[in-house]
Design a protein around this ligand. Structure first.
Ligand code: P71
Length: 468
Protein backbone atom coordinates (compact mmCIF):
# COMPACT_ATOMS: atom_id res chain seq x y z
CA UNK A 1 0.00 0.00 0.00
CA UNK A 2 1.59 3.24 1.09
CA UNK A 3 -0.37 5.27 -1.46
CA UNK A 4 -0.08 8.36 0.70
CA UNK A 5 3.62 8.03 1.40
CA UNK A 6 5.69 10.86 0.00
CA UNK A 7 2.86 12.97 -1.34
CA UNK A 8 0.59 15.80 -0.26
CA UNK A 9 -2.97 14.54 -0.62
CA UNK A 10 -6.04 16.23 -2.03
CA UNK A 11 -9.27 16.09 -0.06
CA UNK A 12 -12.91 16.75 -0.78
CA UNK A 13 -13.91 20.43 -0.43
CA UNK A 14 -16.96 19.54 1.71
CA UNK A 15 -17.96 17.72 4.87
CA UNK A 16 -20.87 15.33 5.34
CA UNK A 17 -24.07 16.67 6.88
CA UNK A 18 -26.55 13.85 6.22
CA UNK A 19 -26.04 10.12 5.66
CA UNK A 20 -28.01 7.31 4.02
CA UNK A 21 -27.33 3.87 5.55
CA UNK A 22 -26.17 1.12 3.17
CA UNK A 23 -25.76 -2.56 3.91
CA UNK A 24 -24.22 -5.64 2.30
CA UNK A 25 -26.57 -8.63 2.05
CA UNK A 26 -25.18 -12.17 2.39
CA UNK A 27 -23.51 -14.12 -0.41
CA UNK A 28 -26.53 -16.48 -0.66
CA UNK A 29 -28.89 -13.52 -0.94
CA UNK A 30 -26.69 -11.96 -3.62
CA UNK A 31 -26.68 -15.23 -5.54
CA UNK A 32 -30.49 -15.31 -5.48
CA UNK A 33 -30.76 -11.64 -6.35
CA UNK A 34 -28.54 -11.81 -9.45
CA UNK A 35 -30.32 -14.94 -10.72
CA UNK A 36 -33.67 -13.22 -10.27
CA UNK A 37 -32.23 -10.24 -12.17
CA UNK A 38 -31.28 -12.44 -15.15
CA UNK A 39 -27.58 -11.73 -14.48
CA UNK A 40 -28.16 -8.12 -15.48
CA UNK A 41 -27.10 -5.48 -12.94
CA UNK A 42 -29.74 -3.06 -14.31
CA UNK A 43 -32.41 -5.45 -13.06
CA UNK A 44 -31.21 -5.62 -9.45
CA UNK A 45 -33.10 -3.74 -6.77
CA UNK A 46 -30.95 -1.05 -5.19
CA UNK A 47 -31.52 -2.58 -1.72
CA UNK A 48 -29.66 -5.63 -3.01
CA UNK A 49 -26.61 -3.48 -3.79
CA UNK A 50 -23.90 -2.43 -1.32
CA UNK A 51 -21.76 0.13 -3.18
CA UNK A 52 -23.57 1.33 -6.28
CA UNK A 53 -21.22 2.15 -9.15
CA UNK A 54 -23.77 1.39 -11.88
CA UNK A 55 -23.67 5.00 -12.98
CA UNK A 56 -22.69 8.53 -12.02
CA UNK A 57 -25.94 9.71 -13.62
CA UNK A 58 -28.48 11.28 -11.28
CA UNK A 59 -26.76 9.65 -8.32
CA UNK A 60 -24.73 12.58 -6.99
CA UNK A 61 -25.23 14.22 -3.61
CA UNK A 62 -26.70 17.70 -3.78
CA UNK A 63 -25.22 20.46 -1.62
CA UNK A 64 -27.04 22.23 1.22
CA UNK A 65 -27.47 25.18 -1.16
CA UNK A 66 -29.07 23.03 -3.82
CA UNK A 67 -31.46 21.58 -1.22
CA UNK A 68 -32.26 25.12 -0.12
CA UNK A 69 -32.97 25.89 -3.79
CA UNK A 70 -35.51 23.04 -3.82
CA UNK A 71 -37.55 25.08 -1.32
CA UNK A 72 -37.54 28.03 -3.72
CA UNK A 73 -39.37 26.15 -6.48
CA UNK A 74 -41.75 28.35 -8.41
CA UNK A 75 -44.21 25.75 -9.66
CA UNK A 76 -46.02 27.96 -12.15
CA UNK A 77 -46.90 26.21 -15.39
CA UNK A 78 -45.45 29.01 -17.48
CA UNK A 79 -42.58 31.42 -16.91
CA UNK A 80 -41.25 29.96 -13.64
CA UNK A 81 -38.60 32.20 -12.12
CA UNK A 82 -36.38 29.12 -11.73
CA UNK A 83 -36.30 28.69 -15.52
CA UNK A 84 -34.86 32.18 -15.96
CA UNK A 85 -32.22 31.41 -13.33
CA UNK A 86 -31.34 28.21 -15.22
CA UNK A 87 -31.26 30.01 -18.57
CA UNK A 88 -28.96 32.66 -17.17
CA UNK A 89 -26.61 30.03 -15.67
CA UNK A 90 -26.31 28.17 -19.00
CA UNK A 91 -25.74 31.40 -20.89
CA UNK A 92 -23.13 32.69 -18.50
CA UNK A 93 -21.12 29.46 -17.91
CA UNK A 94 -21.47 27.84 -21.36
CA UNK A 95 -21.90 30.97 -23.43
CA UNK A 96 -24.69 29.80 -25.76
CA UNK A 97 -27.45 32.18 -26.74
CA UNK A 98 -30.63 30.10 -26.59
CA UNK A 99 -31.67 27.48 -24.02
CA UNK A 100 -34.38 24.80 -24.14
CA UNK A 101 -34.92 22.80 -20.90
CA UNK A 102 -35.49 19.01 -21.09
CA UNK A 103 -36.15 16.33 -18.49
CA UNK A 104 -32.70 14.77 -19.06
CA UNK A 105 -30.00 14.31 -21.70
CA UNK A 106 -31.84 12.03 -24.09
CA UNK A 107 -34.73 14.50 -24.27
CA UNK A 108 -32.26 17.07 -25.60
CA UNK A 109 -30.69 14.48 -27.94
CA UNK A 110 -34.12 13.80 -29.34
CA UNK A 111 -34.73 17.50 -30.04
CA UNK A 112 -31.39 18.25 -31.68
CA UNK A 113 -31.54 15.06 -33.77
CA UNK A 114 -35.05 15.76 -35.03
CA UNK A 115 -34.27 19.43 -35.61
CA UNK A 116 -31.15 19.08 -37.74
CA UNK A 117 -30.83 15.53 -39.15
CA UNK A 118 -32.64 14.70 -42.40
CA UNK A 119 -33.00 11.08 -43.56
CA UNK A 120 -29.89 9.91 -45.42
CA UNK A 121 -27.53 12.27 -43.59
CA UNK A 122 -24.37 11.28 -41.72
CA UNK A 123 -23.34 12.23 -38.20
CA UNK A 124 -19.61 11.83 -37.55
CA UNK A 125 -18.56 11.77 -33.92
CA UNK A 126 -15.88 10.79 -31.39
CA UNK A 127 -17.27 7.34 -30.60
CA UNK A 128 -20.92 6.46 -30.26
CA UNK A 129 -22.99 6.81 -27.12
CA UNK A 130 -25.98 4.49 -26.84
CA UNK A 131 -28.87 6.97 -26.51
CA UNK A 132 -27.18 9.62 -28.68
CA UNK A 133 -26.68 7.27 -31.61
CA UNK A 134 -30.16 5.81 -31.29
CA UNK A 135 -31.75 9.26 -31.55
CA UNK A 136 -29.52 10.06 -34.53
CA UNK A 137 -30.62 6.82 -36.21
CA UNK A 138 -34.30 7.36 -35.38
CA UNK A 139 -34.03 10.74 -37.14
CA UNK A 140 -32.76 8.95 -40.26
CA UNK A 141 -29.05 9.62 -39.76
CA UNK A 142 -26.06 7.28 -39.79
CA UNK A 143 -23.46 7.70 -37.09
CA UNK A 144 -19.82 7.43 -38.25
CA UNK A 145 -17.06 6.96 -35.69
CA UNK A 146 -14.16 9.36 -36.40
CA UNK A 147 -12.32 9.14 -33.06
CA UNK A 148 -8.54 8.58 -33.21
CA UNK A 149 -7.47 4.91 -33.36
CA UNK A 150 -5.68 5.22 -30.00
CA UNK A 151 -9.09 5.39 -28.31
CA UNK A 152 -9.77 1.76 -29.13
CA UNK A 153 -6.62 0.50 -27.37
CA UNK A 154 -7.02 0.11 -23.60
CA UNK A 155 -3.30 0.25 -22.75
CA UNK A 156 -2.54 3.25 -24.98
CA UNK A 157 -1.84 6.26 -22.72
CA UNK A 158 -2.46 9.09 -25.20
CA UNK A 159 -3.42 12.12 -23.03
CA UNK A 160 -6.39 13.08 -25.24
CA UNK A 161 -7.85 9.81 -26.41
CA UNK A 162 -11.18 11.50 -27.11
CA UNK A 163 -9.70 13.51 -30.01
CA UNK A 164 -11.23 13.45 -33.46
CA UNK A 165 -9.14 12.04 -36.30
CA UNK A 166 -9.40 14.88 -38.82
CA UNK A 167 -8.27 12.63 -41.68
CA UNK A 168 -11.17 10.27 -41.01
CA UNK A 169 -13.54 13.23 -40.98
CA UNK A 170 -12.05 14.63 -44.20
CA UNK A 171 -12.41 11.21 -45.84
CA UNK A 172 -16.10 11.13 -44.91
CA UNK A 173 -16.61 14.65 -46.28
CA UNK A 174 -14.90 13.63 -49.53
CA UNK A 175 -17.03 10.51 -49.77
CA UNK A 176 -20.53 11.80 -49.01
CA UNK A 177 -20.21 15.57 -49.45
CA UNK A 178 -20.39 18.25 -46.77
CA UNK A 179 -24.07 18.91 -47.39
CA UNK A 180 -24.94 15.36 -46.29
CA UNK A 181 -23.20 15.81 -42.94
CA UNK A 182 -25.80 16.92 -40.41
CA UNK A 183 -23.20 18.07 -37.85
CA UNK A 184 -20.19 16.79 -35.95
CA UNK A 185 -21.32 15.10 -32.74
CA UNK A 186 -18.50 15.94 -30.36
CA UNK A 187 -18.47 14.59 -26.79
CA UNK A 188 -16.36 15.84 -23.88
CA UNK A 189 -14.70 13.07 -21.82
CA UNK A 190 -15.93 10.33 -24.13
CA UNK A 191 -18.01 7.94 -22.06
CA UNK A 192 -17.66 4.73 -24.08
CA UNK A 193 -13.92 5.31 -24.55
CA UNK A 194 -13.39 5.33 -20.79
CA UNK A 195 -14.00 8.99 -19.95
CA UNK A 196 -11.22 10.25 -22.22
CA UNK A 197 -10.86 13.97 -23.02
CA UNK A 198 -10.65 16.06 -26.17
CA UNK A 199 -7.90 18.68 -26.34
CA UNK A 200 -8.49 22.35 -27.09
CA UNK A 201 -6.02 22.10 -29.96
CA UNK A 202 -7.99 19.26 -31.53
CA UNK A 203 -11.20 21.25 -31.21
CA UNK A 204 -9.61 24.32 -32.83
CA UNK A 205 -8.38 22.25 -35.76
CA UNK A 206 -11.81 20.64 -36.04
CA UNK A 207 -13.45 24.08 -36.05
CA UNK A 208 -11.20 25.18 -38.88
CA UNK A 209 -11.99 22.12 -40.97
CA UNK A 210 -15.72 22.43 -40.30
CA UNK A 211 -15.72 26.15 -41.15
CA UNK A 212 -14.10 25.35 -44.48
CA UNK A 213 -17.03 23.10 -45.33
CA UNK A 214 -19.84 24.91 -43.53
CA UNK A 215 -20.41 22.08 -41.04
CA UNK A 216 -21.72 22.74 -37.54
CA UNK A 217 -20.32 21.26 -34.33
CA UNK A 218 -22.72 20.28 -31.56
CA UNK A 219 -21.24 19.24 -28.24
CA UNK A 220 -22.38 16.58 -25.80
CA UNK A 221 -21.46 18.65 -22.75
CA UNK A 222 -22.59 16.02 -20.24
CA UNK A 223 -19.17 15.62 -18.56
CA UNK A 224 -17.47 18.68 -20.01
CA UNK A 225 -16.10 20.03 -16.71
CA UNK A 226 -14.07 16.84 -16.32
CA UNK A 227 -12.75 17.36 -19.85
CA UNK A 228 -11.74 20.88 -18.80
CA UNK A 229 -9.83 19.48 -15.82
CA UNK A 230 -7.75 17.30 -18.15
CA UNK A 231 -7.04 20.29 -20.41
CA UNK A 232 -5.94 22.28 -17.36
CA UNK A 233 -3.74 19.40 -16.24
CA UNK A 234 -2.30 18.22 -19.56
CA UNK A 235 -2.48 20.83 -22.31
CA UNK A 236 0.22 23.43 -22.79
CA UNK A 237 -0.84 26.92 -21.80
CA UNK A 238 -3.87 26.02 -19.68
CA UNK A 239 -2.34 25.33 -16.25
CA UNK A 240 -3.29 28.79 -14.98
CA UNK A 241 -6.80 28.83 -16.45
CA UNK A 242 -9.82 28.10 -14.28
CA UNK A 243 -12.19 25.26 -15.17
CA UNK A 244 -14.83 27.92 -15.85
CA UNK A 245 -12.48 29.78 -18.22
CA UNK A 246 -11.61 26.62 -20.15
CA UNK A 247 -15.26 25.64 -20.38
CA UNK A 248 -16.26 28.97 -21.86
CA UNK A 249 -13.43 28.88 -24.38
CA UNK A 250 -14.20 25.30 -25.41
CA UNK A 251 -17.89 25.96 -25.95
CA UNK A 252 -17.13 29.11 -27.92
CA UNK A 253 -15.69 26.86 -30.63
CA UNK A 254 -18.96 24.93 -30.97
CA UNK A 255 -22.43 25.84 -32.24
CA UNK A 256 -24.44 24.44 -29.40
CA UNK A 257 -24.65 21.62 -26.89
CA UNK A 258 -26.94 19.09 -25.30
CA UNK A 259 -26.59 18.25 -21.67
CA UNK A 260 -27.51 15.51 -19.25
CA UNK A 261 -27.36 17.58 -16.06
CA UNK A 262 -27.59 14.34 -14.10
CA UNK A 263 -23.78 14.18 -14.38
CA UNK A 264 -21.71 17.38 -14.12
CA UNK A 265 -24.51 19.46 -12.64
CA UNK A 266 -24.95 17.44 -9.46
CA UNK A 267 -28.71 16.97 -9.72
CA UNK A 268 -30.87 13.86 -9.76
CA UNK A 269 -32.82 14.87 -12.87
CA UNK A 270 -32.58 17.51 -15.58
CA UNK A 271 -31.01 18.55 -18.86
CA UNK A 272 -31.07 21.10 -21.64
CA UNK A 273 -30.28 21.92 -25.22
CA UNK A 274 -28.52 25.21 -25.98
CA UNK A 275 -27.67 26.59 -29.41
CA UNK A 276 -26.53 29.78 -31.10
CA UNK A 277 -28.75 29.55 -34.19
CA UNK A 278 -32.17 31.12 -33.96
CA UNK A 279 -33.78 28.76 -36.49
CA UNK A 280 -32.64 25.61 -34.68
CA UNK A 281 -33.77 27.14 -31.39
CA UNK A 282 -37.20 28.02 -32.76
CA UNK A 283 -37.77 24.47 -33.96
CA UNK A 284 -36.44 22.84 -30.76
CA UNK A 285 -38.46 25.20 -28.58
CA UNK A 286 -41.57 24.30 -30.54
CA UNK A 287 -40.90 20.54 -30.45
CA UNK A 288 -40.11 20.46 -26.73
CA UNK A 289 -43.79 21.10 -26.09
CA UNK A 290 -44.74 17.84 -27.85
CA UNK A 291 -42.27 15.61 -26.06
CA UNK A 292 -41.17 17.17 -22.77
CA UNK A 293 -43.37 20.05 -21.58
CA UNK A 294 -43.67 23.79 -22.03
CA UNK A 295 -40.47 25.57 -23.11
CA UNK A 296 -40.03 27.11 -19.64
CA UNK A 297 -39.89 23.77 -17.80
CA UNK A 298 -39.24 20.95 -20.32
CA UNK A 299 -40.27 18.13 -17.99
CA UNK A 300 -38.67 19.52 -14.84
CA UNK A 301 -40.39 20.90 -11.76
CA UNK A 302 -39.51 24.48 -10.84
CA UNK A 303 -37.54 23.16 -7.84
CA UNK A 304 -35.52 20.85 -10.13
CA UNK A 305 -34.54 23.82 -12.30
CA UNK A 306 -33.44 25.80 -9.23
CA UNK A 307 -31.24 22.96 -7.92
CA UNK A 308 -29.83 22.63 -11.44
CA UNK A 309 -29.04 26.33 -11.83
CA UNK A 310 -27.16 26.24 -8.51
CA UNK A 311 -25.47 22.97 -9.51
CA UNK A 312 -24.07 24.54 -12.68
CA UNK A 313 -22.18 27.13 -10.64
CA UNK A 314 -20.92 24.46 -8.20
CA UNK A 315 -19.85 22.14 -11.02
CA UNK A 316 -17.13 24.49 -12.30
CA UNK A 317 -15.50 24.97 -8.90
CA UNK A 318 -11.85 23.98 -9.38
CA UNK A 319 -11.47 22.21 -6.04
CA UNK A 320 -14.64 20.23 -6.63
CA UNK A 321 -13.61 19.00 -10.07
CA UNK A 322 -10.14 18.14 -8.87
CA UNK A 323 -11.32 16.03 -5.96
CA UNK A 324 -13.90 14.33 -8.17
CA UNK A 325 -11.40 13.28 -10.82
CA UNK A 326 -8.71 12.43 -8.25
CA UNK A 327 -11.08 10.07 -6.44
CA UNK A 328 -11.67 8.17 -9.67
CA UNK A 329 -7.92 8.11 -10.26
CA UNK A 330 -7.28 6.87 -6.71
CA UNK A 331 -9.40 3.79 -7.39
CA UNK A 332 -7.82 3.28 -10.80
CA UNK A 333 -4.27 3.63 -9.49
CA UNK A 334 -4.83 1.02 -6.76
CA UNK A 335 -5.96 -1.43 -9.44
CA UNK A 336 -3.11 -0.56 -11.80
CA UNK A 337 -0.66 -1.14 -8.93
CA UNK A 338 -2.20 -4.58 -8.42
CA UNK A 339 -1.91 -5.53 -12.09
CA UNK A 340 -5.60 -5.41 -12.95
CA UNK A 341 -6.05 -4.55 -16.67
CA UNK A 342 -8.02 -1.38 -17.24
CA UNK A 343 -8.59 1.47 -19.67
CA UNK A 344 -5.64 3.89 -19.48
CA UNK A 345 -5.23 6.67 -18.63
CA UNK A 346 -7.92 6.53 -15.93
CA UNK A 347 -10.79 8.74 -17.14
CA UNK A 348 -12.92 11.42 -15.54
CA UNK A 349 -15.98 9.66 -14.21
CA UNK A 350 -15.24 5.97 -13.96
CA UNK A 351 -12.70 3.19 -13.95
CA UNK A 352 -13.26 0.87 -16.91
CA UNK A 353 -12.00 -2.67 -16.35
CA UNK A 354 -10.70 -4.44 -19.45
CA UNK A 355 -12.78 -7.61 -19.46
CA UNK A 356 -11.30 -8.83 -22.76
CA UNK A 357 -7.86 -8.93 -21.24
CA UNK A 358 -9.05 -10.24 -17.92
CA UNK A 359 -10.98 -13.15 -19.49
CA UNK A 360 -9.05 -14.14 -22.65
CA UNK A 361 -10.75 -17.56 -22.42
CA UNK A 362 -14.28 -16.08 -22.78
CA UNK A 363 -15.15 -15.22 -26.42
CA UNK A 364 -16.86 -11.87 -26.94
CA UNK A 365 -20.21 -13.49 -27.82
CA UNK A 366 -20.23 -15.01 -24.35
CA UNK A 367 -20.21 -11.52 -22.87
CA UNK A 368 -16.97 -11.13 -20.85
CA UNK A 369 -17.80 -7.64 -19.50
CA UNK A 370 -21.29 -8.70 -18.43
CA UNK A 371 -19.70 -11.73 -16.73
CA UNK A 372 -17.28 -9.50 -14.86
CA UNK A 373 -20.13 -7.28 -13.62
CA UNK A 374 -21.88 -10.41 -12.29
CA UNK A 375 -18.76 -11.76 -10.55
CA UNK A 376 -18.09 -8.41 -8.90
CA UNK A 377 -21.64 -8.20 -7.57
CA UNK A 378 -21.43 -11.75 -6.24
CA UNK A 379 -18.12 -11.04 -4.53
CA UNK A 380 -19.05 -7.85 -2.68
CA UNK A 381 -22.43 -6.41 -3.69
CA UNK A 382 -20.65 -3.75 -5.79
CA UNK A 383 -22.77 -2.87 -8.81
CA UNK A 384 -21.11 -1.99 -12.13
CA UNK A 385 -22.24 -1.75 -15.75
CA UNK A 386 -21.37 -3.64 -18.92
CA UNK A 387 -19.90 -1.45 -21.68
CA UNK A 388 -19.05 -3.93 -24.40
CA UNK A 389 -20.86 -6.14 -26.87
CA UNK A 390 -24.20 -6.06 -25.03
CA UNK A 391 -24.19 -2.23 -25.01
CA UNK A 392 -23.08 -2.06 -28.65
CA UNK A 393 -26.26 -3.84 -29.81
CA UNK A 394 -26.88 -5.13 -33.31
CA UNK A 395 -26.09 -3.62 -36.68
CA UNK A 396 -29.44 -2.32 -38.05
CA UNK A 397 -28.53 -3.49 -41.59
CA UNK A 398 -27.15 -6.99 -40.97
CA UNK A 399 -28.84 -7.83 -37.66
CA UNK A 400 -25.54 -9.24 -36.31
CA UNK A 401 -23.99 -8.32 -32.97
CA UNK A 402 -21.69 -5.34 -33.31
CA UNK A 403 -18.29 -6.46 -31.99
CA UNK A 404 -16.73 -3.35 -30.38
CA UNK A 405 -12.96 -3.29 -29.88
CA UNK A 406 -13.54 -2.36 -26.25
CA UNK A 407 -15.11 -4.89 -23.91
CA UNK A 408 -15.27 -2.99 -20.63
CA UNK A 409 -16.95 -3.13 -17.24
CA UNK A 410 -17.51 0.33 -15.84
CA UNK A 411 -17.18 1.37 -12.21
CA UNK A 412 -18.77 4.83 -12.33
CA UNK A 413 -18.25 7.00 -9.29
CA UNK A 414 -21.18 9.20 -8.20
CA UNK A 415 -20.09 12.72 -7.24
CA UNK A 416 -19.73 13.61 -3.55
CA UNK A 417 -21.23 10.27 -2.42
CA UNK A 418 -18.57 7.71 -1.47
CA UNK A 419 -15.39 7.97 0.58
CA UNK A 420 -11.88 6.66 0.05
CA UNK A 421 -12.71 3.66 2.29
CA UNK A 422 -15.49 2.72 -0.14
CA UNK A 423 -12.93 2.92 -2.96
CA UNK A 424 -10.62 0.57 -1.02
CA UNK A 425 -13.43 -1.97 -0.58
CA UNK A 426 -14.22 -1.80 -4.31
CA UNK A 427 -10.56 -2.21 -5.31
CA UNK A 428 -10.13 -5.21 -3.01
CA UNK A 429 -13.20 -6.87 -4.51
CA UNK A 430 -12.00 -6.30 -8.09
CA UNK A 431 -8.66 -7.82 -7.09
CA UNK A 432 -10.40 -10.88 -5.61
CA UNK A 433 -12.44 -11.38 -8.80
CA UNK A 434 -9.30 -10.87 -10.90
CA UNK A 435 -7.38 -13.47 -8.88
CA UNK A 436 -10.20 -15.95 -9.47
CA UNK A 437 -10.65 -15.10 -13.17
CA UNK A 438 -10.07 -18.57 -14.59
CA UNK A 439 -13.22 -19.95 -12.96
CA UNK A 440 -15.54 -17.63 -14.93
CA UNK A 441 -17.10 -19.16 -18.04
CA UNK A 442 -19.31 -16.48 -19.53
CA UNK A 443 -23.02 -16.05 -20.13
CA UNK A 444 -25.62 -16.62 -22.82
CA UNK A 445 -28.36 -14.12 -23.61
CA UNK A 446 -31.83 -15.60 -23.22
CA UNK A 447 -33.95 -12.46 -23.63
CA UNK A 448 -33.08 -9.59 -25.95
CA UNK A 449 -35.19 -6.42 -26.17
CA UNK A 450 -35.30 -4.54 -29.47
CA UNK A 451 -34.05 -1.16 -28.23
CA UNK A 452 -31.03 -0.51 -26.00
CA UNK A 453 -30.94 -4.18 -25.08
CA UNK A 454 -28.42 -3.85 -22.24
CA UNK A 455 -31.03 -2.24 -19.97
CA UNK A 456 -33.44 -5.19 -19.95
CA UNK A 457 -31.65 -8.23 -21.45
CA UNK A 458 -31.60 -11.46 -19.42
CA UNK A 459 -28.78 -14.00 -19.27
CA UNK A 460 -27.99 -17.46 -17.95
CA UNK A 461 -24.71 -18.90 -16.86
CA UNK A 462 -22.85 -21.05 -19.40
CA UNK A 463 -22.82 -24.65 -18.13
CA UNK A 464 -19.56 -26.30 -19.26
CA UNK A 465 -21.06 -29.74 -20.08
CA UNK A 466 -24.21 -28.36 -21.77
CA UNK A 467 -22.99 -25.24 -23.59
CA UNK A 468 -19.43 -26.29 -24.39
C1 P71 B 1 -24.44 6.77 -17.95
C2 P71 B 1 -25.59 7.44 -18.60
C3 P71 B 1 -26.98 6.94 -18.35
C4 P71 B 1 -27.16 5.78 -19.24
C5 P71 B 1 -27.65 5.97 -20.51
C6 P71 B 1 -27.71 4.91 -21.38
C7 P71 B 1 -27.24 3.68 -20.99
C8 P71 B 1 -26.78 3.47 -19.71
C9 P71 B 1 -26.74 4.54 -18.85
C10 P71 B 1 -26.10 9.14 -20.21
C11 P71 B 1 -25.61 10.00 -21.21
C12 P71 B 1 -24.19 10.16 -21.44
C13 P71 B 1 -23.75 10.94 -22.48
C14 P71 B 1 -22.30 11.12 -22.75
C15 P71 B 1 -25.99 11.46 -23.08
C16 P71 B 1 -26.50 10.68 -22.06
C17 P71 B 1 -27.97 10.56 -21.89
N1 P71 B 1 -25.29 8.38 -19.49
N2 P71 B 1 -24.64 11.58 -23.27
O1 P71 B 1 -23.31 7.02 -18.39
O2 P71 B 1 -23.29 9.55 -20.67
O3 P71 B 1 -28.38 11.32 -20.82
O4 P71 B 1 -29.26 9.62 -19.22
O5 P71 B 1 -29.75 12.05 -18.94
O6 P71 B 1 -30.81 10.78 -20.77
O7 P71 B 1 -24.67 5.98 -17.03
P1 P71 B 1 -29.63 10.90 -19.88
Amino acid sequence: MGQQLGRRSWAEPWKIKMVEPIHMISREERQKAIEKAGFNTFLLRSEEVYIDLLTDSGTSAMSDRQWAGIMLGDESYAGSRNFYHLEEAVQSYYGYKYVVPTHQGRGAEHLISQAVIKPGMFVPGNMYFTTTRLHQELAGGTFVDVIIDDAHEPSNTHPFKGNIDLDKLQALIDKVGADRIAYVSLAGTVNMAGGQPVSMANLRALRELCDKHGIRIYLDATRMVENCFFIQEREDGYADYSIAGILKEFCSNTDGAWMSSKKDHLVNIGGWLAVNQEDVFDLARNMVIIYEGLHTYGGMAGRDMEALAIGIAESVNDEHVRSRVEQVRYLGQLLIDWGVPLMCPVGGHAVFLDAKQMYPHIPQNKFPAQTLAVELYLDSGVRSMERGIVSAGRDPDTGDHRYPALELTRLAIPRRVYTQAHMDVVAESVKAVFDNRESSLGLKMVREPQYLRFFQARFERIQPDVDG
